[in-house]
Write a protein that binds this ligand. Structure first.
Ligand SMILES: Nc1ncnc2c1ncn2[C@@H]1O[C@H](COP(=O)(O)OP(=O)(O)OP(=O)(O)O)[C@@H](O)[C@H]1O
Ligand SMILES: Nc1ncnc2c1ncn2[C@@H]1O[C@H](COP(=O)(O)OP(=O)(O)OP(=O)(O)O)[C@@H](O)[C@H]1O
Ligand SMILES: [Mg+2]
Ligand SMILES: [Mg+2]
Lengths: 165, 165, 165, 165
């Protein structure tokens, strides 16, 4: 299984619909300070079900919606979708490709979708259980937090090892 | 189950000693269960000693040594259960040039099992990638992405011929 | 006294707006007393908005923007009361090349009042220094210092002729 | 007033007596990961009276004493001294040059010296009060903590502004 594409619309600084296509191997993301690189990481964390506004550097969950710029009005909603391919083996799924999508409105109303069908957060979490992509995931290392596992308490480190068992 | 966790833990422990020595060119790294008699609840202690040093605790490691130790643990986990993809946000910021080289060398061994998305400002890390995305904010406050490639003659990134992002 | 604090605070506020605009090439930065009626006890709120952006909170700033904002505040304080010396440990790690340039430009205006000791891995920062110390560990685990100089032709450091360290 | 020299002996990785001479202006400190650069910053913070082992990345105060290496035995004590010049104006002192020294033994016994005379920590703290070098000092920015002032609470920020008033 691997990531095929990430689509953002109205998520943080991505006001316009933006698609990043990925290939297997290493993809580097570059650009000046403040241009939106870490926002891409936040988008992936968010579409996978992140519930903590603080982990997305915001105060409330609506802080992920495009706030506007000198030349733009604020957006009313934001959407992020993740397209994964070769899913049969690792997800035990009948689909070769799956697309998960998350949407939030200004009033805080949130929705999740699995291949176009509305679903719940629990369904997304169940889908990725034991793949290393879920909540306790060691697979998304935020900026400046790479060595966090070294400063956490011994009992907090267990979750990462259990996920690998 | 208890048995499964114990087996996985022993395997990760061996892997960690190996990946640490590869990244540091020597030294000793170890994982211990804090309460060995209670496998299912016990916390996990991390010990790491760069080559030639006598370290009492991982808190005395330098900024770069901490990052390298955390990466050694990440790869040790991936040797047991590779996650489909991994996102690293400026993990190379505290590393000196020679440690970036060691990291990118070891990374090459994991790209067949997992997909890596690496946010970076360092040209050496970028040159190890198969695909590059540039993020720009030509319109202030609004992020756009553009597909790039690495020109090995010049040693820097340039816009890819046809912009598909 | 209350009067003195109020005067100093107003001065730092003006300085912060100036140093922020110098480092970001525009934008707006502000300091507010949380409880203006109780000057002697009130906390201090920091607001910062890079040029062209509409930011709700400083927590949404990027890694590099946060560092640059913190440096703007440091220099704003030094404009009121320069400290005899200042030690900065790898403050340039999250900055891109052009922001390192803006930082070293502004730094030049403070070197008459204060002495700066800057730990760095970045050649651009090193080239702005008048003196350079190299720290080595030829004997593993044992640190030694050696006096160096910057060879502007080569664009890198080299050992200084006679080693007085 | 400015720093003239820093002398370390047995402090962290500085097993042998080491002297760094400083001039006004900017001094850069460079070297590979783990060679001892941040230990120099810790030495300056320590000689100025730092009481928190955690701020020096240790567990107990004795963790600053050289622990040994493959080729060396652990030291029994460590000493750091700071030589300052042009002190009359800023410190209101009769001396043109002052040297403060701090020493700690394996048994935890600590001593402070002012120009060779034993003194107390209070005397050192009183000497540097209101110069911006003391405890709350904004003048020593630890690695990875540059933007700490942005994430601290509004009431915690006051101390830095009061020091400038
Ligand atoms: N809801 C939002 N609406 C509009 N813009 C936002 C929103 N949330 C964050 N931003 C913008 O995103 C920018 C930060 O982007 P990001 O953290 O991705 O930068 P970066 O490319 O990672 O930079 P660095 O190299 O400094 O880490 C901020 O300057 C902020 O203006
Ligand atoms: N009490 C001690 N005795 C001996 N060595 C020590 C002691 N305390 C720390 N060290 C050593 O100091 C090293 C860390 O040094 P320091 O943090 O100064 O590195 P650095 O040059 O800042 O590196 P980086 O560029 O990665 O930040 C550790 O590897 C550790 O071995
Ligand atoms: Mg970032
Ligand atoms: Mg360091």
């Amino acid at each position: 299984m691997h990531l095929k594409a990430l689509k953002l619309h109205g998520f943080k600084s991505f006001a316009d619909p933006t698609t990043l296509r990925f290939e297997p191997g290493v993809t580097a993301v570059v650009g000046p300070n403040g241009c939106g690189k870490s926002n891409i990481a936040d988008a992936i964390r968010w579409v996978l079900g992140e519930q903590s506004a603080k982990a997305l550097r915001g105060g409330r969950m609506q802080d992920v919606i495009f706030e506007g710029a000198d030349t733009r009005k604020p957006a009313q909603l934001c959407e992020v979708s993740l397209l994964l391919t070769d899913c049969e083996k690792q997800l035990g799924s009948e689909f070769h490709e799956i697309e998960i999508m998350r949407r939030v409105h200004r009033d805080g109303q949130g929705e999740y979708f699995f291949n176009g069908q509305a679903c719940r957060l629990k369904d997304i979490q169940k889908l990725f259980m034991d793949t290393g992509i879920g909540r306790t995931s060691y697979s998304i290392m935020a900026q400046g937090q790479i060595d966090q596992i070294l400063s956490s308490k011994p009992e907090e480190r267990r979750a990462v090892f259990e996920e690998a068992a | 189950s208890q048995q499964q966790f114990a087996v996985t833990f022993e395997q990760i422990k061996k892997n960690f000693a190996y990946t640490f020595q590869t990244l540091f060119g020597g030294g000793v790294a170890n994982l211990e269960l804090v309460q060995a008699e209670d496998i299912l609840e016990s916390g996990i202690e991390i010990a790491a000693q760069p080559p030639g040093k006598k370290l009492k605790s991982i808190m005395l490691l330098s900024g770069g040594e901490r990052t390298l130790t955390a990466v050694a643990l990440l790869f040790a986990l991936y040797m047991v259960k590779p996650s489909p993809f991994c996102l690293l946000d400026e993990l190379d910021a505290p590393l000196d040039e020679s440690n970036i080289g060691r990291f990118t060398e070891l990374l090459k061994r994991f790209v067949h099992e997992s997909q890596f998305i690496i946010i970076t400002h360092n040209k050496r890390t970028v040159s190890a990638a198969q695909a590059i995305y540039g993020v720009t904010m030509e319109e202030r406050g609004v992020s756009k992405t553009v597909s790039m490639r690495f020109n090995h003659l010049v040693g820097d990134t340039e816009a890819a011929p046809q912009n598909i992002a």
